[in-house]
Ligand binder design. Structure first.
Ligand SMILES: Nc1nc2c(ncn2[C@@H]2O[C@H](COP(=O)(O)OP(=O)(O)O)[C@@H](O)[C@H]2O)c(=O)[nH]1
Ligand SMILES: Nc1ncnc2c1ncn2[C@@H]1O[C@H](COP(=O)(O)OP(=O)(O)O)[C@@H](O)[C@H]1O
Length: 223
């Protein structure tokens, strides 16, 4: 029998499941799109929705756009990890999308409402960290909603009336940040993800330390 020391088995890296919610218009899309384009190692879980595509959105990159019939088929076939109806449209997280990103070992960003955040916490306990983004005031929220391309008085009113019920859920999130100055809010959002990556309790951190310790205790194998 060989008594050659065995290198510790490296468990596969389990990414951070980074869940971000906000009342509509608070700036979640602005902040998360920037994070996805500037930060390495994090990818979007692209949701399916029955909402109409906006001019700046691309099929398969921002959402998978579906008819109600197609979406109901996804529900029936259990292809969604979670789904909810928001402002009269269906939104849901495809299981395949999350499995694919988890296999890659990247961090996964979920842009979901409070209902989705709650389910994701239940189905991936230990992996989810959640952030709630708030506007600095309701007056500012209204003016951001009004300033968005395609805004109509009716959809501004609908989204504004959803703000109170959304804000009530703030206590269910791990982190809460106020998007007043966009640069500060962006730095804070990145800081949360970076802190999570460095958490000692993450399995990938243990694997990195195991490797260092193994090498430190078997210098003869190295030099
Ligand atoms: N539960 C759940 N909510 C989602 C999903 N995708 C998007 N949402 C939420 O649906 C809401 C409406 O999103 P959207 O139509 O893009 O509008 P916006 O918030 O006005 O930009 C937001 O709160 C999103 O976070 C999903 O897959 N599941
Ligand atoms: N910190 C900020 N200051 C001023 N305007 C902002 C700020 N963050 C976002 N906005 C603007 O507010 C509007 C709503 O932002 P958006 O990212 O679409 O919100 P959400 O995804 O939360 O619905 C957009 O026109 C965006 O450019």
């Amino acid at each position: 029998m060989s008594n050659k020391p065995i290198q510790p088995q490296r468990p596969e890296r389990r990414g951070v499941m980074f869940v971000v919610s906000s009342p509509s218009g608070a700036g979640k899309t602005t902040l998360t799109r920037r994070m996805l384009s500037e930060m390495a190692g994090v990818e979007l879980s692209v949701s399916a929705t029955t909402r109409k595509r906006r001019p700046d959105e691309t099929e398969g990159k921002h959402y998978y756009f579906k008819t109600r019939e197609e979406f109901e088929e996804l529900i029936k076939n259990d292809e969604l990890l979670e789904w909810a109806e928001v402002f009269g449209n269906y939104y849901g997280t495809p299981r395949g999308e999350v499995e694919r990103l988890q296999r890659k070992g990247t961090d996964v960003l979920f842009d979901v409402d409070w209902q989705g955040a709650r389910v994701l916490k239940q189905v991936m306990p230990g992996d989810v960290v959640s952030v709630f983004i708030l506007p600095p005031s309701i007056a500012e929220l209204k003016s951001r909603l009004e300033g968005r391309p395609g805004a109509t008085p009716a959809n501004v009113k609908e989204r504004l009336s959803g703000a109170g019920p959304d804000i009530k859920r703030w206590g269910e999130y791990d982190f809460v940040l106020i998007n007043d100055d966009v640069e500060t809010a962006y730095d804070e959002l990145c800081a949360i993800l970076i802190t999570e990556r460095l958490d000692r309790r993450k399995p990938s951190q243990g694997a990195r330390v195991d490797k260092l310790l193994f090498d430190a205790e078997h210098l003869e194998l190295l030099f």
